[in-house]
Design a binder for this molecule. Sequence first.
Ligand code: PMP
Length: 287
Amino acid sequence: MQRTAFLNGHLVAFEHARVPITDRGFTFGDGVYEVTAVVDGKLVDNFAHLRRLSRSLAELHISNPYSDKEWTGFQRDLIAANGLNQGVIYLQVTRGAAERDFAIPSPTLSPTTVMFTQVKDIMGSPYARDGVRAVTMPEFRWQRRDIKTISLTAAVMAKRLAAEAGAQEVLYIEDGLLTEGGSSNVFIVSADGTLVTRSVSNALLGGITRHAVLEIANSQQLNVDERAFGLEEVRCAREAFMTSASTFVVPVISVDGHLIADGIPGPITREIQTRYIELARLGGCLT
Ligand code: PMP
């Protein structure tokens, strides 16, 4: 099957999806993105992803070129055109192409919209089964981590450092407290069995999977505490896991080489992982 991409309102052959070199996404990283999981050919939690897309665009004063209904229609067409069963759909909106100048050109540019699909065995990944190792590093990103910007140089650097240390994820530490993972939100199960994750603010991305996991935890009558925590609490936690749309729920089994509990994914992590997969198969969270 020929690979198909979406560009500015049209499905096009992947190799014909081209944008001008003056696109502000290319020159400034001036744009935002979303990654929505696809399970059994269906979008997962897409309503929430489109809501966050609108928010990120509004924060950057880029107009959203399509309604949620239009986006969803294009996404479904793209999934069908690529015959995608399990994987992700990547969506990006940049401010558009203009002569290079930091000042935002007026009159308003026409945003560039791009989507493509990627095949990925999210639920069968060895990391989902066995867990990942994480390493900490000082938070060195900007102060608006709540915006899902395509300016991801820091994430690329951080992931390289993690790989060099034999780990799969980084945990950012700021003022002694964990903000989030390199491309995930982080949860721990504390010594008293409470599920703890940092509350949303400008310091971290309000993850869509994070939100769904909190809904699951509430439905399971788990004790939940949304608060900041430090490295020591992670090291002493009974369990730890991370969440993202492209990996779902993944156990974190060590931090900086120190095993969390006995280094084996814990029962609460497993339960939430299973429940999230069930929810994803139903299209995700309704709230
Ligand atoms: N934080 C960061 C920095 C991320 O890149 C991601 C994944 N895009 C997340 C958290 C998780 O968000 P979501 O569950 O919406 O994928």
